[in-house]
Write a protein that binds this ligand. Structure first.
Ligand SMILES: Cc1cc2nc3c(=O)[nH]c(=O)nc-3n(C[C@H](O)[C@H](O)[C@H](O)COP(=O)(O)OP(=O)(O)OC[C@H]3O[C@@H](n4cnc5c(N)ncnc54)[C@H](O)[C@@H]3O)c2cc1C
Length: 291
């Protein structure tokens, strides 16, 4: 392994100073993704900034209708936080699919989003929940809608001198049902091919869909929302024909590629069938909610 400079920072400001003064510098959070890239020689850093000792970046708090999660909070800390399990259970459900406890105890929520793996489990749930992320750089702080955050395979819109600090997730409203699952052949250590999260909010009649949001992973170069399928569902009720139609809409709105796991055609077929199932379960959960 090629040698590189190593820094440990104690504040966001100190981190931003280093990121903006040295090229080819990367943040180290849980290390589960970055160290893999370095070991496989897919990325050779000139310097690494370990941010794990920055105080105040590990929290789950509830304020004004949303849950705020510090970037350094690990998958298991997020998954098991009472506020998450109660107010945004879709996220807890999705995080339960990630690898093993060993990984979930190290990998951070901010790390997994900035890693931008197109087969992520967390991202589809957060996209369906309408999450935003907070980033800080030389120019100050800004918020970015998660759907605008992912750019390409393992790439986000963050410039090299900016760091993610917080994930902001609106709480699931009344009359809401949401479900995440992924297609997997083996249980542990598999990746989402695809992973689908559907969040539905019903009208007062507890039948008509008022809001539909869909997040997907494993079918392209980044995790995506499916605006056409969401628009199709809004104003409708669940029935056989809706489910058949949504299957077809999904297949026409994704562009997977062949890989060593599955062909693009197979991924399309699986995505359509999985979407029918995820939608059906999300709708069932929504109709079981009290208004
Ligand atoms: C064996 C194994 C199995 C896995 N299985 C799954 C799975 O089933 N489902 C799934 O979704 N994922 C899976 N993963 C991926 C794993 O979830 C991610 O690698 C991990 O979440 C990354 O988080 P981290 O904290 O370890 O980030 P790191 O590895 O520390 O960083 C990842 C990237 O994000 C950048 N970064 C980190 N934090 C910040 C920040 N605050 N601001 C700016 N940039 C930052 C780093 O510079 C680096 O480029 C698996 C990984 C492994 C090793």
């Amino acid at each position: 392994m090629k040698s590189f400079e190593y820094h440990e920072t104690r504040s966001v400001q100190e981190t931003i100073e280093i990121l903006s003064s040295e090229e080819e510098t990367r943040i180290l959070a849980g290390g589960c993704g970055l160290l893999l890239l370095i070991k496989e020689k897919l990325f050779v850093p000139r310097a690494i900034v370990n941010i794990k000792k920055i105080p105040g970046l590990k929290y789950v708090t509830q304020k004004n209708g949303h849950i705020a999660i510090g970037t350094l909070t690990t998958h298991n800390e997020v998954k098991d936080a009472p506020a998450v399990a109660e107010k945004i259970p879709l996220l807890s459900e999705a995080l339960g699919y990630v690898a093993t406890d060993r990984i979930r105890n190290m990998a951070t929520l901010g790390g997994t989003l900035t890693y931008a793996d197109p087969t992520s489990d967390a991202a589809p749930a957060l996209l369906a929940l309408g999450a935003r992320v907070k980033a800080e750089g030389k120019g100050g702080e800004r918020e970015i809608a998660l759907e605008d955050f992912f750019e390409d395979y393992f790439e986000t819109v963050l410039p090299p001198d900016e760091m993610l600090t917080e994930i902001i997730v609106p709480v699931q409203p009344d009359r809401c049902g949401a479900y995440y699952t992924r297609f997997e052949v083996r249980k542990a250590m598999d990746k989402a091919m695809p992973g689908i999260a559907v969040l539905l909010v019903l009208e007062d009649d507890l039948r008509t869909i008022k809001v539909a949001r869909i997040g997907m992973s494993g079918v392209g170069n980044k995790c995506i929302r499916l605006p056409e399928a969401e628009a199709f569902l809004q104003g409708k009720e669940d029935h056989e024909e809706i489910r058949r139609n949504i299957n077809e809409i999904v297949k026409h709105n994704i562009d997977p590629i062949d890989d060593y796991h599955y062909s693009a055609e197979y991924k399309k077929e699986v995505s359509g069938v999985l979407m029918e199932r995820v939608f059906t379960e999300a709708y069932r959960r929504a109709t079981n909610q009290k208004s």
